[in-house]
Design a protein around this ligand. Sequence first.
Ligand code: BES
Ligand code: MN
Ligand code: ZN
Length: 492
Amino acid sequence: MKINISSQLNAPQAIVYPLLDNEKLTESLSKIARQAGLSSEALQRDFKAGLKEILPVYPARKGLDKVYLIGLGKTPKPMDFIKVFRSFFYHNKKKLPISIAIDLKSDKLESSIEYIVNGACLAEYEIGVFKTDKKEGTDFFSAESALTIYVSEKNKEKAQSLAVIGKETASTQIRIMTLVDAPANRKYPEKMAEYAVKSGEMYGFDVKVFDERECESLGLGALLAVGKGSTENPPRFIVLEYNLSAMADKPLKKIGLVGKGVTFDTGGLSIKGAGSMSYMKSDMGGAGAVLGTIELAAKLKLPVHLIGVIPVTENCVDGNALKPSDVINTYSGKTIEVIDTDAEGRIILADGLSYIKKNYEPEVIIDLATLTGNCIAALGYNAAGLLSNNDDLANQLFEVGQLSGEKLWRLPLWDDYKDMMKSDIADVKNLSSIPIAGAITAAKFLEIFIDGHSNWAHLDIAGMAFGDSEYGSMKSGTAFGVRLLTTWLRGL
Ligand code: BES
Ligand code: MN
Ligand code: ZN
């Protein structure tokens, strides 16, 4: 699919009109009716421009097969644009003619072009990769199709660059969604490392992979402890570095990203129930977000210096597995008493955070992790938890959440919660004895391992990495964090 930005009407086979529910609607519908040879009364009767409302009509004009009216409601937000266009293109990709146009001129929607293009491109994703009876045949994305977007002449240049961002973002998001959706027998630590290495080669950033022996000599005891139950698929520690400093005239901001990479979380000996254990293939969603952000930053050549640290492991049941009551050593030198082996994400992040702090001293550290069910209890599936020791950073990330559509909501990180993680026998325990405020106490645990860094944010994406969508009947990967972080990086 090729995307063209144009201020001139060409001759598409179908035109899509996204329309706002405002006082201009009647006028716009009359104009569309006139241009397409349709009845203005009929359009006004059958189309109210409510969010997600879609009206396909078959015009009388020669050469124009179809007109789609797409409702945007009164004040659509970025995520509304993305969802409306993703759903429209996904459900219609087999029916769309190969040359279509979207008219953003009439309702002056040019400033949302990034989200519109992003949504349209995300509709290419298909999750049925392991089906053997693949139905052949082309659709709008596999064909030599063209999507023309009409914008006004004065907005053309800006629209062009935003459209590229929307498209490139989608292609990275689809790669990360594919990775998150891959089952655990095809996505173990070594596979994650392969993905990172290939990505670095393709998009131009450095990747180092430490295998279990190198982890041992580095002293990554926390990561190795969680990986003890997986003798066949031992842990990997991945370090990514993207730096555009050589091309900039001043030193660039050094940002550290840490992602939880649990390729499957059985809970370990503190085993989970069978109910939704299969969803735990998505417990590397934080790692995916870090990989995707660095990949996309490199693709877009963002002027920034990024370090990504990804501890990757399975959390499995085995005779060698980590046991509740074990006391383990960590990279930081601090000891952890393991109360519950299912609180494994914070254990591996302990090593990731202290490693990045000690070896890279980034100006900002952000970690992303599918960390707690408690964060889902608090915020549901509409926002990730944001916990930070820096108000400026927290405010920036909150705003970027609103702007990008990947929303964040701040939870407190007060020291009032600190004592709940005190261990009698070690420096800290991995689970509070009282089952309350679990997302916050998890962050208080992590805080110990950033070792006094004053510009850190933790994003608990447990409810956001895997979600409902048109792609399938069960939850699937969302690549949450990629759009959020790249939007933030673009604004630095
Ligand atoms: N990976 C889970 C958190 C999770 C839950 C992510 C649901 C996505 C959806 C994490 O490792 C975990 O098991 N957390 C436990 C911690 C508990 C044992 C303190 C939880 O939240 O139940
Ligand atoms: Mn767990
Ligand atoms: Zn987990």
